[in-house]
Ligand binder design. Structure first.
Ligand code: ADP
Length: 484
């Protein structure tokens, strides 16, 4: 096991401003996906630790944190943003080791985390209610108030970015947060919490309990002291979380991934599109909720796009995270098996290109080569199901009506992009595609702190990022005052 020089003890939870061992004193092995070796051990929190964390957040919400003026909350978040920027290299190194993502991508995630704190720090005193004209003798106004204690269950693919958009917005509105990071990757969540202490966030404003999903996670979303749950992860777990949270009738924000298409029309600028067509599929080894796994191309440009994407694929080399290549390993042996299962399902398809593995990649690493399949029928499993690996399918189309039907023809609706110079078509398609975000002549996988983000259908509901998240993390109260 390598020696990790951490300024906190990863076998602890952060509860009420103190790093403390979980009640059961248990730990989970954290695996480095680049070599399959144990990276370190983290706390295995359980229901008792969640109880303590929720109690601490309740105390903070009804006490110091809940009475902190919005401008001061914003100042604390902005300071946290500055500390994150000072620690980008440290955070990126942890994330690369823990998640397996190439160092440069991990750096971008750390900068995005800082950016979320800057954005929500600046926004915290700018969200307010309004006055409403009503009957004679009344003054009516609305107040936007924090929910209280919010629960945050985050996945392993973009820990820093998802903490940023979820916890950042919740804290900005004055909620006290209990965060349960993923058991596969949780070091940057702990590092973030440590920086939050340094930034002066009062105890209990942020509690962190690492642990297994069915234990700590289930205890958190079913806890009667939680007033709002936000979750990013798989559809199966999202369903469980919504069902559990329903017992306490609390609002839930779910972001559950997608099968996001890019539509390439006959007049598209292929030179401009090409990097987006490929990168949106392979970034973070395809383990991205908004990954573009379906490339729909007009028949007149189909051969050109297929050949050029295949050419790029043949140069892709999968390497350990620290070597900073195009693609690192997948998160785990389990995820590797899932993606390999999809490749098996695609054995009837035309494989048009794949990448290669660097010869020095350690044997125990969770490596899967990127695969590009051509001429895929829109109803094939690889064109319908979320793979969460570096696999893209090319589907030809002839008419606009046909491509809209294909694009909208999955259970998901997270992101879509349209590559065309025709302005009328851009606007028509932007309306007709069933998706939470539409990009025109670009593709924004993973980016966009300012841009509301969330899905339709199985991609989930509720909106994160931008100002919209602040509405989700607050409750509207109407005050009707009769004064005659
Ligand atoms: P994956 O299957 O790719 O690991 P999940 O959606 O199951 O993705 O995991 C995302 C997050 O959800 C993790 O933090 C995990 O611990 C948590 N989780 C998993 N199962 C549950 C559950 N039953 N209740 C609450 N949280 C859960």
């Amino acid at each position: 096991m390598p020696h990790l020089d951490l300024p906190f003890d990863p076998t602890c939870c952060l509860i009420d401003g103190v790093w403390s061992k979980p009640v059961a004193q248990e730990t989970i092995e954290l695996i480095n996906p680049s070599d399959g070796q144990i990276l370190c051990h983290i706390a295995k929190g359980g229901a008792a630790d969640i109880d303590a964390a929720v109690l601490s957040s309740q105390t903070a919400f009804y006490g110091k944190w809940g009475h902190t003026p919005a401008a001061d909350r914003g100042r604390a978040l902005s300071k946290l943003g500055r500390l994150i920027l000072e620690n980008v290299e440290f955070l990126a190194t942890l994330e690369a080791l823990d998640v397996g993502k190439p160092l440069e991508q991990a750096r971008a995630d750390a900068v995005a985390l800082a950016r979320y704190m800057e954005f929500y720090g600046g926004a915290s005193d700018k969200v307010h209610g309004e006055t409403i004209p009503y009957q004679d003798g009344y003054t009516v106004y609305t107040l936007r108030e924090a929910h209280g204690v919010t629960g945050h269950i985050i996945p392993w693919n973009y820990p820093m970015q998802i903490i940023g958009r979820s916890v950042g917005a919740a804290l900005a509105m004055g909620n006290a947060c209990v965060l349960k990071p993923a058991e596969e990757a949780c070091l940057t969540a702990l590092a973030f919490a440590n920086l939050a202490i340094e930034a002066g966030l009062p105890k209990g404003a942020l509690n962190v309990v690492p642990g297994l999903g069915p234990e700590a996670g289930a205890a958190l979303c079913g806890h009667p002291g939680i007033h709002h749950m936000s979750f990013t992860g798989s559809v199966a777990t999202g369903r469980r979380i919504q069902a559990t949270a329903a017992q306490n009738v609390i609002p839930v924000t779910l972001e559950l991934g997608g099968k996001s298409p890019q539509l390439v029309f006959e007049d598209a600028d292929i030179d401009a599109a090409l990097p987006f067509l490929v990168n949106a599929g392979i970034q973070n080894a395809g383990q991205t909720c908004s990954a573009s796994s379906r490339i729909l191309v007009h028949k007149s440009r189909y051969k050109e796009v297929t050949d050029r994407m295949a050419q790029r694929y043949s140069t892709l080399i999968v390497r350990p995270a620290k070597e900073d290549g195009d693609i690192g390993p997948l998160i785990s042996v389990r995820q590797k098996a899932i993606v390999e299962g999809f490749l098996e399902k695609g054995s009837d398809l035309t494989l048009c290109a794949k990448g290669s593995l660097h010869p020095d990649a350690p044997k125990g690493g969770c490596y899967v080569l990127p695969h590009l399949f051509a001429d895929v029928s829109a109803d094939h499993a690889l064109a319908q199901e979320e793979i969460f690996g570096p696999v893209q399918v090319l589907i030809p189309f002839e008419t606009e009506a046909e491509v809209i039907a294909i694009a909208n023809g999955t259970d998901y609706g997270l992101v879509a992009s349209i590559w065309t110079k025709d302005g009328a078509r851009q606007m028509r398609l932007a309306k007709k595609l069933r998706s939470g975000q539409i990009f025109v002549n670009n593709y924004g996988a993973g980016g966009g702190v300012e841009l509301p983000f969330g899905g339709r259908g199985l991609s989930g509901h509720g909106r994160e990022k931008g100002f919209e998240a602040l509405y989700g993390f607050s409750s509207l109260k109407t005050v009707a005052s009769y004064h005659g």
